[in-house]
Design a protein around this ligand. Sequence first.
Ligand code: ZN
Length: 328
Amino acid sequence: MKNKRKESSFEKYLRTEKGRVFKDKFLQFEADEEVNCILCGSDEKKTWYTYDSFKAVTCKRCGLSYMSPRLSNKRLQKVYEETYKPATDFEGRMHDMSTSDERARKRNDMKIEINNTLNYPSKGGRVLDVGCGAGIYLEAVPETWEKHGIDRAPWAAQYTEKILKIPVVYGEIENVNYEKHFFDVINMTYVIEHLRDPLSILKRLNKWMKPKGRLIISVPNFGSICSKIFREFYRLADPCQHIYLFNPRSIKRMLKEAGFKVKKVYYPYFNTPYFNFRDFFRFFINSFNRILLPLYLKFNIVLKVDKLIAPPFYGNIFVVIAEKSDDQ
Ligand SMILES: [Zn+2]
């Protein structure tokens, strides 16, 4: 033990055979970088939960939550540079983005998002997808749009450029340059929580956008009921890669600081395939299990992770539509 702090039920679970799933998924590196709040500069933080060598903390002054300690950029780059491996989820299902079935499923998710965000009010223009990954979002964008992508993973940039035949820049946003006032829309789907300094990146994106340009951000909601109940077992908690733990309030504050005005926040769930009978009831059963985990462990009852993890549920993700402020 590193200190005398009482071991959490998650840490006890980690030490069991069934807890290995978290080690294999997330804990091949140790956190080695301590950071302070990028929004207000304060170094006063309280620990929300501990995740092996990682910690989720909340700024005492402004309420922004983030990981500290976290992985240094060098270690993080190693995580991203690995060639693409199909991921296995907590229910044991494989997700391989290079198969046409998985792409079709994801593309359908994106089409719902695009119908809600991109096609209103304009039906075309120049769009940039930051962190475009395997290109699913850009593939789902109608052909009336001029499409551009950026990704820091070389496999992703090459793959998307090849299959969609559009310009994709490989690199970190800090080192990428576009002309001022170039894009009508910039999209970031599950990207901002990965950024090491999201505030300075948002300021950079602001410069690339036309006046009144639209920014669309989809992000895990760490203010959700699932995040609060499940904590480390929240299915979107990823200590290596999800380093800013936003809620609608903290992201609004950051966007304002970066020169954006929030127009709309919404929580996709009921019109998505994630709203289904099975997962809806799993929410109640798994919440019950998660709350009783300390008791189970006391009696040496070790549940499988799919009985303890947060299922997809209302509020787990949210989408922010923001506009570049007039004075930028
Ligand atoms: Zn702060």
